[in-house]
Structure formats: structure tokens, C-alpha cells
Design a protein around this ligand. Structure first.
Ligand code: ATP
Ligand code: MG
Length: 361
């Protein structure tokens, strides 16, 4: 897969932008707050419909404007696709693929697969379980349409069931409908759990090798899926927990409360890992995803690397840059020193300044 071109209109600090990319390594360099991350973010938004930072659509639109436009021409298995995305304040976004509007945003998933790595990815390891579920969902939705369907439906049902649990106090006559929601929640929930399990198993096989390479064989990294409830126990646990749910007025059982643990040599990195170990684990996770996408789709994803080179030691930098050989990569940095020092190969350079590209070489 590769991205041929990107056009932006009224996106963050860009009035207009029109870029052609190299199929190899593209570097965006410039001072702080000039718009480097914004370019990578717009690519991620156009590919996945969401910002990697979890930002709302209206914040992506330039401050005084009502709409923003992102257009990408991408190639998958050699076939070109044109993706047009209109972001609108206060309304849902519109997306067209090859000029034809799509009905559901899920139709966008899988056209182009992008993997984003930035220092903020440490939050996957350090922050709340919600962050780790977001990671699983963002990745799996790009890879697995059935998962997306099950997850979207599951989330809708949890929202509706939670509303019912709140309404029951005033409307006890609605209690009979609870079992209808239970059945649907079990059916979609079990699928979500099983697919997450398979995804983590697959990632584990890859991440083991990746992390050993990154750490010179010293560390073994393992992902441990911690489902709130096992798929085959979901029915019993949910039904037995109905009274507790009614008291709490919220659904307490199901994959919306899952977690994922990162273990290095058997120890939980979140609580006991050093900053560097956490950072390396996050990097291994992203590199493993590249391999997983290759395995599942037979094509290479596009890799977006925001500001990471300065955060990694020389060994890890070298390993990272070796791992991205043959993959289209967009890298941001403030200066080109790291590249020059380590003789990294750059195919195209973009100098970013105040929401404009000063020069491309
Ligand atoms: P750094 O090197 O510090 O990471 P950067 O070049 O990656 O910087 P970006 O995060 O891409 O910088 O861009 C930041 C700029 O974009 C800021 O100046 C900010 O004010 C501007 N900006 C962010 N959102 C909007 C918006 N909705 N409309 C206009 N400008 C915005
Ligand atoms: Mg930035």
C-alpha cells in the first residue's frame, strides 16, 4: 500500500496543501508548532476516520472555518483509490471513495492501512484500560470488518441497556425488555471477545521476535489479554449480574471493560517498567502490527512516525529504520541531524513552516 498524494483545505493550520509522496521514506522537518504532526494526523484521519489523538472532528477544522477537506490518492495492490473526506462542524463527516459517497464509515476501513507511532503511544501502556481497548479497536477495525460490525452493534446495545438501567427506577414496567438487551449483548459481546483473543494471540507470536531483536535478546515481551469475562461465561455472568447492574444503573459485565497487560520477563510493565522499557514496548507493539498487517492483508501498511527518533537510543533507532525498509514511511522531526549522523536514507524531504511547505526535495 502507498499514499501517492494528499490535499488539505482548511485543515488545522493549513489553508491549502497539495503534496506528492515518495513510495519510500518521506521526512517532514521544521520548528515546533509549524504543522508537521497535523499532516500525519490528516493522513490517519482520512484512512481511519478518526484522529490518532482522539480529537473531535470540529477541532480538526481550521478555527474560523465551517468545513475542512482531506483528499488522498492511495494505491492498494497497485489499484488507485481516491478518498475524499469532508469534515463539518456540528454534523457528521461525509466520505466518498472514487467519487461515490459511502453509506457507512466502515466501508472506508481496509482501503489503506496506516500505523501511527508517536511518543503519545506510551499512553497505551501507561494510561487507563480504555486507552488499551481503543488501541485494540482502532487496529482491529482496520483489519477485520466482522469485528467492526460486532463492535459497533455491541457498543450501541451497551448504551441502550445502560439507558434502560437508568430508566428502570421511574419505569419498572420496562424490566421485561432487559432480557432482550441481554441476549443481544451476549451474542455480539462473545464475538468481540473471541476476535480480540485471536488478535492478541497473533500479535504475541510476532511481538516476541520483534522485541527480542530490539533489546538484543535481553527481554521477552508478552501481551496478556484480560477479558472482563470469558466468552463462554458471558451468558451466566451477565444474567447473574443483572441485579447488580440495576443497582449500579450501568452494565458491569462485558468486553467494554476488558484490559490488556504488557509483561516484560513476566513483570507488568505498566507498574514496574522503566520509562525506556515502556517506550520500547510501545515501539515493539507498532512494529509487530506492521508484520500482522502484512500477514493478514498480503500488503504493507504505511507507517507514520511522529517525533520518535529523538526519544530512542541509537540502537533502537537503527533497528527501527531497518524494520521500515520497503515500507512507505512518513517521519517528522525538528532537525535532520539524526538522519545525517546515522546516514539514514531519505527519499523526499518537506520543510514545514507556518502551515506551508517551504520546499520539497
Ligand atoms: P512540534 O514539533 O511541536 O510537534 P508540529 O510541527 O508537529 O510541532 P503541529 O502539532 O502539527 O505542530 O501544529 C501545531 C499548530 O497547529 C499550532 O500552531 C496550533 O495552533 C495549530 N492548530 C491546531 N489546531 C488548529 C485549528 N483547528 N485551526 C488552526 N490552527 C490549528
Ligand atoms: Mg508534532
Amino acid at each position: 500500500m502507498m499514499i501517492q498524494s494528499l490535499k488539505l483545505e482548511n485543515y488545522r493550520n493549513y489553508d491549502f496543501l497539495d503534496l506528492e509522496f515518495d513510495p519510500g521514506t518521506n521526512v517532514f522537518h521544521g520548528d515546533n508548532a509549524q504543522g508537521k504532526t497535523n499532516i500525519l494526523e490528516s493522513i490517519y484521519v482520512c484512512a481511519t476516520s478518526k484522529s490518532h489523538r482522539g480529537t473531535k472532528d470540529r477541532e480538526l477544522i481550521q478555527f474560523d472555518k465551517e468545513e475542512a477537506h482531506i483528499q488522498m490518492i492511495v494505491k492498494k495492490h497497485g489499484v488507485p483509490y481516491k478518498i475524499d473526506m469532508h469534515l463539518k462542524k456540528g454534523r457528521s463527516k461525509g466520505v466518498a471513495v472514487n467519487g461515490v459517497p459511502i453509506r457507512k464509515i466502515t466501508e472506508l476501513f481496509g482501503i489503506i492501512h496506516v500505523i501511527f507511532f508517536s511518543p503519545e503511544d506510551l499512553s497505551i501502556i501507561k494510561n487507563s484500560p480504555a486507552e488499551r481497548r481503543r488501541f485494540i479497536d482502532l487496529e482491529l477495525c482496520q483489519l477485520d470488518k466482522i469485528y467492526t460490525h460486532d463492535l459497533v452493534n455491541y457498543n450501541k446495545i451497551v448504551t441502550q441497556r445502560n439507558k434502560l438501567l437508568k430508566d428502570l427506577e421511574k419505569r419498572p414496567d420496562l424490566l421485561d425488555t432487559l432480557s432482550v438487551w441481554n441476549e443481544q449483548m451476549i451474542s455480539f459481546g462473545q464475538n468481540v471477545i473471541l476476535r480480540r483473543k485471536t488478535f492478541i494471540d497473533e500479535l504475541n507470536e510476532i511481538i516476541d521476535v520483534v522485541h527480542r531483536n530490539l533489546t538484543g535478546g535481553k527481554e521477552k515481551l508478552k501481551l496478556v489479554y484480560r477479558p472482563n469475562v470469558e466468552a463462554d461465561q458471558m451468558r451466566d455472568t451477565l444474567i447473574q449480574g443483572c441485579f447488580r447492574d440495576r443497582m449500579a444503573k450501568v452494565s458491569l459485565t462485558g468486553p467494554h471493560r476488558d484490559d490488556l497487560e504488557f509483561q516484560i520477563n513476566g513483570i507488568d510493565v505498566r507498574h514496574f517498567g522503566s520509562q525506556g522499557q515502556q517506550r520500547t514496548a510501545a515501539l515493539s507493539l507498532k512494529l509487530a502490527e506492521i508484520e500482522l498487517v502484512k500477514n493478514r492483508t498480503g500488503d504493507r501498511p504505511v507507517f507514520l512516525l511522529d517525533d520518535v527518533l529523538s526519544e530512542l537510543d541509537t540502537n533502537r533507532q537503527m533497528h527501527l529504520l531497518k524494520s521500515i525498509e520497503g515500507i512507505q514511511t512518513m517521519i517528522t522531526c525538528t532537525g535532520l541531524d539524526d538522519f545525517v549522523q546515522h546516514c539514514f536514507h531519505i527519499d523526499k524531504k518537506f520543510h514545514v513552516s507556518k502551515g506551508m511547505i517551504l520546499d520539497e526535495i
